[in-house]
Ligand binder design. Structure first.
Ligand SMILES: [Zn+2]
Length: 366
């Protein structure tokens, strides 16, 4: 960190990154060959990248956006355990449920990404079955406070699912679908001796799961006793120290102690520091320089320099730049200007505002 020389950053290849996401997105709705269980999540990373780059309007047309909205609504599925979104038209189920058809079980992570994708596409949510969504959340919560990914004891249950349940409740502005008092002790139990959080209790701390834990705690409703100050001063210091230590020599963050830097952890750790009010501890010039080197020459951002790009790492890199833009010690251009991010629900502030004003629906004031 020199205080004399300023670092000259290369351009952020906005057009190439937008093009990479557009190409990935175009294959999604109509592809009959690609049997991928996570296509709605992939759509979210593509649409989210275009949103962060402020390129959605310019790179896509009304017809395409309408087409994607319709495709997402086709995954809206209702049944005995409530309503949510299923991962894709071709999802292979891990189990059968009584009255969803074989391929139709809604999925917690998919439901979170579908709500965000529809918000990016400025859907009016007139088709959303809100009581069904609350019922779905209720059907997913386990006795230990965590959540299954699918209702009726289906799929994994770990802190990522807890985060999605909290984010959905927050966007709905209705917490009656989940038992927050039972969920919080589960999150607390995922905390490790290092100050990070693991995927479930007694697991090693990771950047991604630490973000999920902290964001859930900070999203918790005002009626919750931990709202505002979920960590003690000592815990907060310890978590900040662990997160800062994850920024390595390359400028990128690694997700676990002693691992290689990876672009996605620049978001998971960087957003966690933002939530803890410690964003000034990130060395932003080194971070930007690492992410610049992760850019693929034909567009898209990879997990590390020299690797192939994908929409997941492209989105999370852009989101990290949004929170931690290159500082005054760098010489850069407007190519690095990314739309501001809502670090709690992980979408642009503009999209978060759309979600919060359209997903709750019309409330009858008593
Ligand atoms: Zn990664």
């Amino acid at each position: 960190m020199s205080d004399e020389a300023t670092l000259q950053l290369p351009l952020l290849a906005r057009v190439g990154h937008a093009q990479h996401c557009k190409i990935c997105l175009q294959g999604l709705p109509s592809s009959q060959v690609d049997v991928d269980s996570a296509r709605l999540a992939l759509a979210f990373y593509c649409l989210g990248s275009l949103d962060l780059l402020n390129s959605l309007e310019s790179r896509t047309n009304d017809f395409e956006r309408q087409d994607w909205r319709e495709w997402i609504w086709e995954q809206h599925t209702q049944g005995r355990y409530g309503t949510g979104f299923k991962p894709s038209s071709y999802m292979t189920p891990s189990h059968n449920l009584d009255n969803y058809t074989e391929f139709d079980a809604p999925h917690m992570i998919t439901t979170y990404t579908a709500l965000l994708s529809l918000s990016i596409l400025k859907d009016d949510f007139s088709r959303l079955d809100r009581p069904g969504l609350l019922k779905f959340l209720r059907a997913c919560q386990k006795d230990d406070g965590s959540f299954y990914t699918e209702p009726g004891q289906g799929g994994d249950s770990d802190i990522r699912t807890t985060y999605c349940a909290f984010a959905i409740s927050s966007m709905l502005d209705d917490w009656s679908g989940i038992d927050v008092d039972r969920a919080i002790p589960y999150i607390t139990a995922c905390r490790t001796y290092e100050g990070g959080y693991g995927q479930s209790p007694f697991c090693e701390a990771q950047g991604g799961t630490t973000y999920c834990a902290l964001a859930s705690l900070y999203l918790a409703p005002s009626s919750s006793p931990i709202r505002g100050e979920p960590l003690t001063a000592q815990q907060r210091r310890q978590t900040i120290r662990w997160l800062v230590h994850n920024q390595g020599q390359s400028g990128g963050f690694h997700g676990r102690t002693e691992k290689e830097a990876d672009a996605c952890y620049c978001f998971w750790c960087g957003a966690s520091l933002e939530l803890l009010g410690a964003k000034d501890l990130v060395t932003t010039s080194a971070l930007a320089s690492f992410l610049a080197r992760c850019q693929f020459k034909f567009g898209g951002i990879a997990k590390s320099p020299g690797e192939h790009p994908d929409p997941y790492h492209t989105y999370l890199s852009l989101a990290a730049i949004s929170i931690h833009p290159p500082g005054p010690d760098t010489t850069t251009s407007t190519s690095w200007n990314i739309k501001p991010l809502d670090a709690l629900i992980n979408t642009t502030k503009e999209t978060a505002e759309w979600a919060r004003s359209h997903i709750p629906g019309q409330k009858i004031k008593s």
